[in-house]
Ligand binder design. Sequence first.
Ligand code: AMP
Length: 193
Amino acid sequence: MRRLAVFLASSTGHDPAHTELAAAVGTELARRGIGLVYGGGRSGLMGTVADSALKAGGEVIGVMPRSMVEREWAHEGVTRLVLCDSMHERKALMAEYADAFVALPGGLGTLEEIFEVWSWRQLGFHAKPVGFLDAGGFWTPLLGALRGLADSGFLPSATLDDLAVAPDLDGLLMALEERLRGGAEPAHGENWR
Ligand code: AMP
């Protein structure tokens, strides 16, 4: 894996453990030589993961719509800040740069981003693996709700099983690598736009 897209909160949340987790992820990705692709923000967990990856000498690619940069939300110190015109374009570009996608703790934006790439994988628009870093059981309630969708017959069990979930980054990266190795070709090509 050359680059990993990380979706995570633009705020810090209430528990300092989330900031510690984001910092540890940034450092570890840099240590492993895996580039970080993220939304380009300077605040919250987004800023923390970027800062720690940069501090450890890693590559950090931020992708952000111009309108957000004008609001001074961008991290100015990233290796490469890619500007775009819309949120749609931002997600498409992040998806192009990354080899896999993971969610760290976050809110609506994080969920929207990870669910989009996961549903597109289900549809065969790409073959890049998707995962949740379930540190401290943060995502366990959501994963339970997803199991409920599967039990209702709206979410194929195969789709749920396809999701990489681990309580630590090491386990999550292993699960993603496993899916990359066994990866099927995308049914509809790599055109994200
Ligand atoms: P959330 O999980 O709701 O904090 O969403 C994270 C995502 O929200 C980011 O990828 C951005 O799309 C967006 N976002 C909201 N506020 C900001 C901000 N101040 N700086 C950067 N991105 C933000």
